[in-house]
Design a protein around this ligand. Structure first.
Ligand SMILES: [Fe+2]
Length: 343
């Protein structure tokens, strides 16, 4: 039986928020607000809360100060209060629950847990919707607000990509306990699963899990934001270049998901993917996961447009060990080891 043969669950609806750790919150917030047009909606303690102009909730990105870059948590929204209860029961039964978190800005109670890799996740139902001030209201009533006149504004949070010690075990966690469906995966010649792209509903993927070449689990490879339009991606390339942001790769097109993208490093050191044309939608209820075997791996990540640098396989946040990373971005302006320390 493949992962998708199980009865659909559909209890998790979407990635609603994401916490990013940055050693330089001010620079990270400037990157997202000034260059990518995100809107700051709140500050609390060491955290700044941001949203894209089409994100429906009070925030989609929480930037929190930490010495090491990386991921705080991925915040998922359940499909209903009952769906939340069902998933919490399943997670608790698996022994991976941490308990309820209350008091998050703009969010109701959320249940915190970890993946087998140790990546922290939250699942909740109650959220505060963004209510724009009068001057930001759009005459287009299905828009959350007017498009900001700042930078090249991203529309919304899109997906995350986490490096994994054991892709198969973590894929099963998302599929069996949370109800995600497998869209595509890569299996190497020795039968090791090297990557898995999973979806909650119809987006090609909401989370990707890729085998960590340095053997860690749960590191952030990238968090992605959506433009939905190739021209906006090219406009972003102009703006980012003018402000000293080096691209790691792109503009190019993935084969897996078929999304058009660029990868850049925000000033805190985290890799950010900007998605121009998004991936395909999957509405087929009996979709058979696409399997990329060893002989097709070279074609899986990039369809056309660019080669990926060697660091693409090893650079993730937090950085680990004494690995000599190429400084990814002159905006970061220092050796990675100095900024992030060695673990
Ligand atoms: Fe991605």
């Amino acid at each position: 039986m493949t992962t998708n043969d199980a009865e659909p669950i559909f209890d998790v609806a979407e990635l609603a928020s994401f916490e990013l750790y940055s050693p330089d919150v001010d620079a990270t917030v400037r990157f997202f607000c000034d260059l990518l047009g995100m809107i700051e909606t709140a500050r609390s303690g060491d955290s700044v809360f941001l949203r894209g102009w089409e994100d429906p909730y009070g925030h989609s990105l929480k930037v929190t100060h930490r010495q090491q870059a990386g991921m705080g948590f991925a915040g998922w929204r359940a499909s209903s209060p009952a769906a939340l209860e069902r998933r919490v029961a399943a997670i608790e039964q698996a022994g991976l629950g941490r308990g309820w978190v209350e008091g998050e800005v703009g969010m109701g109670p959320a249940y915190e847990f970890t993946t087998p890799d140790g990546a922290v996740q939250r699942l909740g139902w109650e959220v505060d919707y963004y209510a724009p001030p009068e001057a930001e209201r759009s005459i287009v009533l299905n828009r959350v607000q007017r498009r900001p006149l700042r930078g090249v504004p991203i529309r919304s949070l899109d997906h995350i990509n986490l490096l994994s010690k054991d892709v198969t075990a973590n894929k099963r966690f998302y599929a069996d306990l949370l109800g995600f469906r497998l869209s595509e995966h890569i299996i190497a010649g020795d039968d090791t699963e090297m990557g898995a792209w999973l979806r909650t509903l119809t987006r090609s993927h909401d989370v990707a899990l890729v085998k960590d070449a340095v053997g860690e689990g749960g590191r952030l490879h990238h968090v992605a934001f959506l433009y939905g339009n190739l021209q906006h991606l090219e406009d972003a390339c102009d703006v980012l270049t003018d402000h000293g942001i080096e691209f790691e790769a792109g503009p190019a097109r993935h084969a897996i998901s078929q999304a058009q993208f660029i990868y850049v490093f925000e000033p805190g050191g985290n890799r950010i993917e900007l998605v121009g044309v998004p991936g395909y939608q999957i509405t087929d209820p009996s979709w058979e996961p696409v399997l990329w075997a060893q002989d097709a791996i070279d074609n899986a990540i990039i369809w056309y447009g660019a080669d990926l640098p060697a660091e693409f396989d090893t650079y993730a946040t937090p950085l680990v060990g004494a690995t000599a990373y190429r400084t990814p971005n002159r905006y970061v302006a220092a050796e990675a080891a100095v900024l992030f320390g060695a673990r």
